[in-house]
Design a protein around this ligand. Structure first.
Ligand code: GLU
Length: 277
């Protein structure tokens, strides 16, 4: 009898544990209100690139990430939280940004991320804050003058895992082989060491690389449209709406144009007006 009673006790204890674990995961997931939490902590946690000059690049001198997207994130944070609002930055790559958002490590992604219908099934996008387009970067003097020149067997195009550029390139140069690296600094190193004929991603990112490496040029113009949006987790409507509203405010105040000018006005060959929203 005692044995049966203790078995029943154990079963009840297990049942209670399972039920409370279930409740626990629910409250940390579905019930989160990112906007409320951020207003309370006076902090928004942004996922930004740290290997992408002009948008988000780690400055090893002071350990700060700098770029257009970092500045825009700071402006939006102040707009949403108020003067005391703090923007916290977490490094992401094209590959890690979606999982980090899904896990709640970051509140929003502002990392050269194109709004695509496929991605919009998993995340919500604000309206676009920057219009980029895909292009290619080659060594000066290369016989490759545009994307069509890459469409032959034996051509190798370098790109980054998790970017849509590695998918798009298959449509524009279907015969080329695509070699995917884990981030843009590795992709550039691969280009410099001759592992590929061209590196492909968005024009702004490639211009950032060519500023640092004058031996390499963006050629042939853009062949896709890449509107960048801020991604938030699904089910965070108040936060999403606050971001869209803050974007309008930052644009209307002239702050947005100042930031575009600050980062892009002396990038030779880059169409600053074409990128502006
Ligand atoms: N905008 C493109 C994308 O979202 C390429 C840039 C990137 O890898 O972030 O995939």
């Amino acid at each position: 009898m005692k044995k049966i009673l203790s078995k029943i006790g154990l079963m009840i204890a297990l049942l209670v544990m399972v039920v409370s674990l279930g409740a626990c995961s629910k409250s940390s997931g579905a019930k989160r209100d990112v906007l409320k939490e951020d207003q309370q902590s006076k902090t928004i946690t942004w996922g930004v690139k740290a290997d992408t000059k002009l948008f988000g690049l780690m400055d090893v001198k002071d350990n700060q990430i700098k770029g257009f997207e970092v500045d825009l994130a700071k402006a939006l944070t102040k707009q949403i939280i108020g003067k005391k609002g703090k923007a916290r930055f977490i490094q992401v790559t094209s590959q890690t940004r979606m999982p980090l958002l899904a896990n709640g490590n970051i509140d929003a992604i502002m990392a050269t991320m194109t709004i695509t219908p496929q991605r919009a099934k998993q995340v919500d996008f604000t309206r676009s804050y920057f219009d980029a387009g895909q292009a290619i970067l080659v060594k000066n003097g290369s016989p490759i003058k545009n994307v069509r020149d890459l469409n032959h067997k034996g051509a190798v195009v370098l790109g980054v895992v998790g970017s849509n550029s590695v998918q798009n390139i298959k449509k524009f140069a279907p015969k080329a082989r695509v070699l995917q690296l884990s981030d843009y600094s590795q992709a550039l190193t691969a280009l410099k060491s001759g592992q590929g004929d061209a590196l492909t991603t968005d024009n702004g990112i490639l211009y950032g690389m060519s500023i640092e490496n004058p031996g390499y040029s963006v050629v042939g113009g853009t062949f896709t449209n890449e509107p960048y949006g801020i991604a938030t987790a699904k089910g965070q409507r108040p936060f999403h709406n606050a971001l869209n509203h803050a974007l309008t405010k930052v644009e209307d105040s002239g702050q947005y144009n100042k930031l575009i000018y600050k980062w892009f006005h002396n990038v030779r060959g880059f169409d600053m007006k074409g990128a502006e929203r």
